[in-house]
Design a protein. Structure first.
Ligand code: ATP
Length: 362
């Protein structure tokens, strides 16, 4: 096991800076997801950890040792890409055995390792099949197995599930987590899929435009996004965000939400933070899952636009595009299109952001 430390890491390609600055510490045996939209610098960061790209400035340390000038083959990293690199003329067994054999492991050790990883990744039944005949799903599983078998101290995966189908992706999320627990590797996982990051990672590093926005456990980034970008990016559907103006009322500080009316007074701690920050123009946020929905009563009044019933839950979409809200309700919730309802956010779940800077007020 190995710790990874990124210090003031910067990467430019000519005049374009893909990674503006990155400071991150990844613990022994920790599973960290680098999460962000396409082009935010995730792969660039990963390629530098692997040793495929050299940083423009800054340092990468493994267990405190500076990796500058250390080639990929000497870093003890395993790497799985979106596009699996499998020797198609070989069988599954030969592919799995390739790395161990190249390292000169004795035959008994190679055989045991192949059996263990094949069992783990459910590849045992096809061990003697030619890889060319395998489905994309199985090929990606094999690619993971081929890297994992030599038990690298650091395992880097760059969008390994983006080419596989949805059902298989769900299975692999669980398997990858098990794999990491079993082999106790330090794992860095690049994805643009917040669900993958939320379900597998110990901590998530959320990135945008070459800048690390927030690092935290899945529940931290979900509950306490540091800015509007993270609030929008984490959660599906994402946080409801409504622009408003802070207003003192006789019951305390509230937010005037324009067409939605006045919000209930803010919880004391949030009101205190907003006063201290001198905030005026804000964005009022609440999670679609954390509301009470009623026909009448306090809250934001809005008309139901359409209802999405997806088995275990129902997503109710409200209002026109410019002030659309989404609410996750019980599957049995009876609502009709066009009906106006009251949406009352659970007080403790309300978040405020400064409109100009996008930063959370807390
Ligand atoms: P994706 O999921 O699309 O790969 P990403 O977050 O991994 O996104 P990177 O691949 O790290 O993003 O790319 C970050 C930015 O750097 C992008 O704008 C990309 O076009 C640019 N970039 C990456 N590699 C190079 C290169 N070799 N030369 C020039 N620009 C590059």
């Amino acid at each position: 096991m190995t710790t990874i430390r990124l210090e003031n890491l910067v990467k430019s390609f000519g005049s374009f800076t893909a990674l503006k600055t990155m400071d991150l510490e990844i613990g022994n045996g920790e599973f960290v997801a680098l999460l962000g939209p396409s082009g935010c610098g995730k792969s660039t960061t990963m390629n530098m950890i692997a040793g495929m790209e050299a940083p423009t400035s800054g340092r990468i340390l493994f267990d405190g040792r500076d990796m500058a000038g250390v080639p990929m083959g000497k870093r003890g990293v395993g790497f799985v890409f979106q596009n699996y690199a499998i020797f198609t003329h070989m069988t599954v067994r030969q592919n799995l055995a390739y790395g161990p054999k190249a390292r000169g492991w004795p035959k008994a050790k190679v055989d045991a390792a192949v059996a263990k990883i094949a069992d783990f990744l459910q590849l045992t039944p096809m061990l003697d099949q030619k890889s060319a005949k395998l489905s994309v799903n199985i090929l990606q599983r094999l690619a993971i197995g081929r890297s994992a078998i030599v038990e690298p101290a650091i395992f880097l995966l760059d969008e390994p599930l983006s080419n596989v189908d949805a059902a298989f992706r769900a299975v692999m999320r669980t398997e990858l987590k098990h794999l990491q627990r079993e082999f106790r590797q330090t794992m860095v996982y690049v994805t643009h899929d917040q669900l993958e990051a939320m379900t597998m990672a110990d901590r998530i590093a959320v990135m945008d435009h070459g800048v690390l926005q927030q690092v935290g456990t899945p529940i931290e980034v979900y509950n306490d996004p540091v800015n509007l970008f993270v609030a929008r990016f984490i959660g599906a559907p994402g946080m409801n965000l409504v622009e408003g103006t802070l207003a003192e009322t006789d019951r305390g500080l509230a937010v005037d939400l324009g067409a939605f009316g006045l919000s209930p007074p803010l919880p004391a701690a949030l009101a205190g933070a907003a006063r201290t920050a001198g905030a005026k123009e804000v964005v009022y946020g609440f999670r679609p899952e954390e509301v009470t929905l009623r026909t009448e009563g306090p809250g934001l009044r809005a008309a139901v636009g359409f209802v999405e019933r997806i088995g275990a839950r129902t997503i109710v979409h409200f209002g026109a595009a410019d002030r659309a809200l989404k609410i996750v309700a019980e599957p049995s919730t009876a609502v009709s299109v066009g009906e106006t309802l009251s949406i009352e956010p659970v007080a403790a779940s309300v978040r405020l952001f400064d409109k100009a800077s996008g930063r959370a007020i807390k």
